[in-house]
Ligand binder design. Structure first.
Ligand code: TRP
Length: 527
């Protein structure tokens, strides 16, 4: 169905697009996850590794996604369809490899995995690169399913802060409370439902009246709230101990694992690897500057992740709590911390509203990917697409919600999975999270860079980026860094190292190799 081009909606301007894309990027990953993984992995030293991953892999891949989306004006499936060659040797090789490993596994009597890989191999041989787009759309379902459950908890905690239920005097009590809360199906499902409903209501209105309008309201609010929290946190007695814990570099903690954690976090935090940025880019016109947009989105995302730690750690230390609480930090330690400072309920309320806003602007981007697929490729009206996709994600997410910590309520799925695949994760929630974050996103990122670098071609991608950013291809990087932007040599016609050539090298070699290593490591094939 390719008749929709003429009526396809577009962002009303660069600001709306940047705020929406930054809204997608800034999410639970920044405020809930980034601070504690920094705390656990060597503070400032980890931040340096993370910044490298962002600069060398994150930003170049984001530019690929924007370019692919804008060039094709399509959702991820449509984008790969439009640009895929009739037959691709690389795709056939990958398909053949997967098929052979499937046969190999059958020989070892791993029936489930064997059959799965054989089926997948055949699909790859038949459909080639389009499957990368399909994987992106599927990832939209699986990521939003568990994301919405956690987002629902933040919604529940906003309510608890208002109604004064967070007055814990010790972390143990907060922990028990949290445990009961997430295990209670009525609460977990109710909050998950409400969050999905909010996402559906926004995406239902479309690009400008829905996503863009709400991003323009929510993102400035998010920045104001986080600044207020930082000021409160940094002015508590002893706050500096927390800052020191958060940022003092400890290089002894940096090892392969922390580098891989940084890379995975960079992908998740920048919303890369499943076509969310591609979809947002597809609503752009040719005048938009993809290079400066990428810098703004990456910059905002990184800044907010970094300063989220400044809102959290000083408060935790000022009240003498232990920071290594990991994932439980925000739902267990923080409410207890807030309870000890004046107007605690108010600060707790602000904090959970902050989390909720961050999650909402990310949730809508996840929902938009699958919605755009049904609108572009299946010709559905947007409203029907949003409601059907939202409903399906609600159901998948409900399974996550009722089985966050074990398989108790989903024994039948568990038995099935064990029979087919041998091993499974601790819960349905973990299985879905693992599948999305450790499989779909890295593989998606790998294939997006390989596709841009070798199939579509850096040359054509660069042509796309040049629209709206005319000198991206010709800036002499060395003289730019040296501060010689106004020197005549800067505009000389022969340059070896330009921004564009560096980008091409990153996309063709560095990022696929790095992502591949990270992927093989997480699935346990390396070390
Ligand atoms: N980036 C968001 C966060 O940091 C989550 C998110 C939104 C996302 N859209 C995505 C992650 C697409 C991966 C892919 O919380």
């Amino acid at each position: 169905m390719s008749t929709t081009t003429a009526t396809r909606e577009q962002w009303s301007g660069p600001l709306g697009f940047i705020l929406a894309a930054a809204g997608s990027a800034v999410g639970l990953g920044n405020i809930w996850k980034f601070p504690y993984i920094v705390g656990e992995n060597g503070g400032g030293a980890f931040v340096i590794v993370y910044l490298l991953c962002i600069a060398v892999i994150g930003a170049p891949v984001m530019m690929c996604e924007f370019a692919l989306g804008r060039h094709t004006q399509r959702n991820p499936v449509g984008a790969f369809k439009a640009l895929s060659p009739k037959s691709s040797i690389l795709a056939h090789l990958v398909g053949l490899g997967v098929l052979l490993s499937g046969i190999f596994l059958l020989l070892f009597r791993c029936w489930g995995w064997g059959a799965l890989l054989i089926g997948l191999g055949l699909l790859i041989i038949r459909h080639g690169w389009v499957l990368v787009g399909v994987m992106g759309v599927v990832a939209g379902f699986t990521i939003l399913a568990f994301y919405s459950v956690v987002a629902g908890w933040t919604l529940g905690y906003v309510w608890k802060a208002i109604s004064g239920q967070l007055a814990f005097t010790e972390v143990a009590a907060a922990k028990t409370h949290f445990g009961h809360f997430i295990q209670n199906p009525a609460w977990a499902l109710g909050c998950h439902f409400t969050f999905m409903l909010l996402c559906v209501l926004i995406v239902y209105r479309g690009i400008t009246a829905g996503i863009e309008r709400w991003s323009k309201i929510l993102m400035p609010l998010l920045v104001l709230i986080i600044l207020a929290l930082i000021i409160r946190s940094l002015t508590l007695p002893n706050a500096m101990v927390g800052v020191r814990f958060y940022l003092t570099p400890d290089f002894s903690k940096i090892n392969t694992d922390s580098v891989l954690i940084a890379l995975g976090q960079a992908f998740f935090s920048l919303s890369l690897g499943m076509g969310a940025m591609m979809t947002y880019g597809s609503y752009l016109d040719r005048k938009a500057n993809l290079f400066t947009s990428t810098l703004s989105v990456v910059g905002l995302d990184t800044l907010i992740a970094l300063i989220a730690g400044l809102a959290i750690f000083p408060a935790v230390f000022a009240q003498g709590f232990n920071p290594d609480a990991g994932p439980g930090l925000v739902f267990q330690v923080l409410p207890t911390v807030f309870n000890q400072i004046p107007l605690g309920a108010f600060w707790a309320f602000l904090f959970f509203v902050l989390l909720l806003i961050a999650a909402l602007t990310s949730g809508i981007s996840l929902l938009e990917v699958a919605t755009a697929y049904f609108v572009d490729e299946r010709g559905w009206p947007r409203r029907r697409a949003v409601v059907v996709v939202g409903g399906a994600i609600f159901i998948l997410g409900s399974l996550c919600a009722i089985s966050v910590s074990d398989w108790a309520r989903l024994e039948w799925i568990h038995t099935g999975l064990v029979q087919i695949f041998g091993t499974t994760k601790a819960s349905f929630f973990d299985t879905i999270d693992n599948l999305s974050s450790n499989w779909f996103l890295p593989l998606g990122g790998l294939f997006i860079s390989l596709f841009t670098g070798w199939i579509w071609g850096t040359k054509y991608a660069l042509d796309e980026i040049r629209h709206g950013s005319s000198n991206f291809g010709d800036v002499h990087l060395i003289s730019l860094i040296a501060g010689l932007k106004d020197d005549p040599s800067h505009n000389a016609s022969v340059h070896v190292v330009t921004l564009a050539s560096l980008w091409g090298i990153f996309i063709r070699f560095i990022s696929p190799v790095a992502v591949l290593i990270a992927f093989l490591h997480t699935i346990g094939w390396l070390g």
